[in-house]
Design a protein. Structure first.
Length: 174
């Protein structure tokens, strides 16, 4: 297992948690005391757990962190199935698949050649994100359109939203 967790105050570029094969860090974290430095880690864990529960082959890696985007820092989550990943069907295998969330843009899906926003809420239920990932892993972005089967917000979305707002204010991300 490899994991990187850094304090947001020490950010020069990207920082976060990168856990190969979705393995969880020890309960006290790789760097004790910093495990909850980023408020969206529980959401990332819930999405990853739902992807695994959906029987989609786990992504090659899962990242959660704080990235520099367009001169601003933004909280993000990313699940990546690179090109030729065994979990992707033929329609998606050549281009790979990235399912990404940011606190500013919400959920998107990417390949090496295409990009689109997912039509779900900012704090969509992990079941919806897993369903979209499974769909695009089978059909690629050029195949059948994914239609949100139902609208649902994550049950811990209110707490996450408050934590993200507090973090954003404290770290001066606005």
């Amino acid at each position: 297992m490899s994991a990187i967790e850094e304090s947001a105050a020490a950010v020069a570029g990207d920082t976060g948690k990168d856990i190969r094969s979705g393995l969880q860090p020890p309960p006290d974290g790789v760097h004790p005391g910093l495990a909850l430095a980023l408020p969206h880690l529980p959401y990332g864990d819930a999405v990853h757990a739902e992807v695994v529960a959906s029987r989609l082959c786990p992504p090659e890696f899962v990242e959660a962190g704080l990235a520099a985007v367009g001169g601003h820092r933004v909280l993000f989550l990313r699940l990546v199935w690179p090109p030729d990943h065994e979990g992707l069907d033929e329609a998606a295998r050549a281009d790979g698949l990235t399912v990404r969330w940011s606190a500013s843009a919400g959920w998107t899906v990417h390949t090496v050649t295409d990009y689109r926003a997912l039509p779900v809420g900012l704090y969509a239920h992990p079941v919806l994100v897993a369903d979209a990932a499974r769909h695009f892993a089978r059909h690629g972005l050029g195949g059948a359109e994914w239609v949100e089967p139902f609208e649902a917000r994550w049950e811990d979305a209110d707490a996450l939203e408050a934590a993200v707002a507090a973090f954003t204010e404290r770290e001066g991300l606005r």
